[in-house]
Design a protein around this ligand. Structure first.
Ligand code: WTA
Length: 669
């Protein structure tokens, strides 16, 4: 299972102590409560689990209405609304145009250099239809997989919806992944087409994307027949005639009318790869009817969306699940007007986000704790220079938010007015699961608090027994929900083993959690070999495999050490092969080895996986059964006293590591 019992106990205990006795409480303001989409009675209505979700599903437009709600007879694989048929792109775009809202802005887009585009729902319908026709012309059929590797430009949303329109599951790969990582994902999904761009703008420069696609396909073992290339930066690109096609040219040649393909509710909508506890990423796949139901419902109640007046901004990249559910699907299903921004928060100045909030009159902002902590570090003076009075709700996602950052967010960004919703969910859950309801919940900074109406969660102990209030344990979901993953692409057994075997009949999330004295849930971080770096999931084993694939490395162990800004940071302990040790021993060479290995990880996985520090060691702490004791390595990485070493096969190892690290030139931290 990859759970370290000892690790969990230690980690949980420490986090529990950090929960201050004095939890602050923020009741909703009467003005917010009175206009809120969600009222307290929603919790009561959800007592009828299936009836409640059926009601939410009926808010979508179905080509063939469903009569069945939930079929869990083949558990853990659920089927929701299975005899209904619908189309995701029709629901996200066309039905708003049909309702007379074609002139409403769907997307305000701002490129990093400051170029802008405004796209109405009617224009989006034309673009998505053209793109769907272009895909069909390139031989993409219903059921074929399409890989998408794009920067944050409107074409990313258009590409996803064009795939959905023809029922071709998309697999979006984050632009920060390397050619090697992209290759594995293209191969695993057997994608027949890749949509990419020449590049995108990041930190004031054009960053190339196309070379990574060329590199991925150079292996020659994929099913890819065509690469559709958006021209964004105008930089030179390598070109494979017959395979590569310009997006602009194919769309120009395509009609702007396309009949959306109504698919069964259980037809796969997308695959999204995420890190697990082994070296191989998991292709989490979601289907159409249930996922869309959860996306639309949660987006409406958690963000209190008023589509006529709100300007919504979720800062996530489409390469992550937050970008799927709360950039592409949720907001568009609800007819929202949203802002999409291509670049980084500090380009050209550290006030860029706040300038955008002021410029577009953003009312709802959804971002990650890492970003919030970064802004805290940069200082209150930066946001203070902008008019942020349009904001009326703030959201947080991706990692635990510390109470201090929560309070800062509400005070400095929200002007002490706005509710803050701390939303817990995962790639696997498809949509938000645990979150306060704005206007209803008395918020507690640092706690995601309550399962949403329709969601049933518990915190259980080792034996699977629910813990009482004031106790910690493992977070499980006890009832199927519409947006739940339907599996791991091509690996049914891994799906069962990973999520359903630890506590039979219940979904094990991989997170530790605590229930406070009121029964509210506090998330305490991962209890498995998954790290959370700036809200991005990375696997310790995947980075270890990358390190070990380098000829200089004999053995590697990776841990996520706590980091004040990014939540966790990657720290690697590496044993070098004898020939490489000589290199490392030469003065100045140690740094070279470290730089080389960091570069190697970036090439194997992507720059996001680069270890913050690599420590060259002579030994690794292992149990008698040969398992690396990451808990001890975390102690070293976090520079605190090393914990209980009695289960170590060789207790002198930690001393060796400590002494080794104190040698000059060996510790790059
Ligand atoms: C963590 C991102 C605490 C958690 C949507 C989970 C959180 C993992 C929160 C999923 C939160 C997400 N509080 N922890 N509000 N939200 N997490 O798949 O460890 O990229 O298991 O989905 O992020 O990450 P993923």
């Amino acid at each position: 299972m990859g759970i370290h019992e000892a690790d969990t106990a230690a980690g949980t205990g420490e986090a529990l102590e950090n929960l201050s006795d004095e939890i602050r409480r923020f009741p909703p303001s009467p003005e917010f409560a009175v206009q809120a989409n969600a009222k307290a009675e929603l919790y009561e209505r959800a007592a009828d689990h299936e009836g409640f979700w059926a009601e939410q599903a009926r808010a979508l437009t179905w080509e063939t209405p469903f009569t069945e709600v939930l079929d869990f007879s083949a558990a853990p694989r659920a089927r929701w609304f299975a005899d209904g048929r619908l189309n995701a792109a029709y629901n996200a775009v066309d039905r708003h145009v049909a309702a007379g809202l074609g002139d409403r802005v769907a997307i305000h887009w701002e490129g990093e250099p400051g170029d802008t585009r405004t796209i109405t729902y009617a224009e989006l319908q034309g673009e998505v239809s053209r793109a769907a026709n272009a895909l069909v012309a390139l031989g993409v059929d219903t059921g074929d997989r399409v890989a998408i590797y794009l920067p944050m430009i409107p074409e990313a949303v258009v590409a996803m919806l064009a795939c959905a329109r023809i029922g071709a599951p998309h697999s979006v790969v984050f632009g920060g992944f390397s050619a090697e990582a992209l290759h594995t994902r293209i191969l695993d999904a057997e994608a027949s087409l890749v949509i990419t761009a020449d590049g995108g703008y990041r930190r004031g420069a054009a960053a190339a994307l196309k070379p990574a696609v060329d590199g991925a396909l150079a292996h020659g073992d994929t099913a890819v027949r065509h690469v559709l290339v958006v021209r964004r930066t105008g930089q030179d690109v390598g070109w494979t005639p017959g395979r590569d096609v310009w997006w602009e040219e194919s769309l120009a040649a395509a009609a702007d009318v396309h009949e959306p393909v109504a698919v069964e509710a259980e037809h796969p909508l997308f695959i999204l790869y995420t890190s697990g506890t082994t070296g191989k990423p998991k292709g989490i796949f979601h289907t159409t009817g249930g996922y869309l139901t959860q996306a639309a419902y949660t987006h409406r109640v958690v963000f209190d969306l008023k589509p006529e007046t709100d300007v919504y901004w979720c800062t996530a990249d489409v390469g992550w699940v937050t970008g799927h559910t709360y950039v592409t699907y949720g907001p568009l299903l609800n007819g929202a007007t949203q802002l999409l921004y291509e670049g980084t928060p500090d380009t050209p100045t550290k006030g860029r986000w706040w300038e955008l909030v002021e410029k577009y009159g953003v009312t709802i902002l959804y971002t990650a704790p890492t970003a919030i902590r970064t802004f805290m570090k940069w200082g209150d003076g930066i946001p203070a220079a902008y008019d942020l009075s349009s904001l009326r709700l703030l959201g947080s996602v991706g990692e635990p938010i510390n109470p201090e950052a929560w309070v800062w967010y509400r005070h400095v960004i929200g002007g002490d007015r706005t509710p803050v919703v701390d939303t817990w969910w995962q790639t696997e859950t498809g949509g938000i699961m645990i979150s306060p309801l704005p206007g209803v919940t008395v918020a507690k900074p640092g706690s995601a608090q309550t399962p949403l109406p329709g969601v049933r969660a518990e915190v259980v102990d080792e034996a699977g027994e629910p813990v009482g209030n004031g106790r910690g344990g493992y977070l499980v979901l006890t009832h199927p929900w519409p947006g739940m993953l339907r599996g791991i692409w091509g690996d049914e057994q891994r799906f069962k083993d990973t999520y359903w075997s630890r506590f039979p009949g219940r979904y094990f999330a991989g997170d530790g959690a605590k229930k406070d004295d009121d029964g509210d849930i506090w998330l305490l971080g991962r209890v498995d070999d998954v790290m959370n770096i700036s809200g991005h999931r990375l696997s310790t084993t995947e980075i270890e495999s990358a390190l070990v694939s380098h000829p200089w490395v004999a053995e590697a162990a990776v841990v996520g050490a706590s980091d004040p800004t990014t939540g966790q940071a990657v720290v690697a302990f590496v044993i070098l092969r004898a020939d490489a040790v000589e290199r490392a021993d030469e003065p100045g060479e140690g740094g070279d080895v470290v730089a080389t290995l960091r570069g190697h990880v970036a090439a194997e996985i992507g720059p996001i996986a680069k270890p913050r520090s690599i420590l060259i060691v002579a030994e690794l702490p292992k149990t008698r059964s040969g398992k690396i004791m990451r808990r001890l390595l975390r102690d070293v990485a976090e520079q605190r006293a090393v914990g209980d070493v009695t289960t170590l096969a060789d207790t002198s190892v930690m001393e060796l590591i400590r002494v080794g690290l104190n040698q000059p030139g060996r510790d790059p931290m």
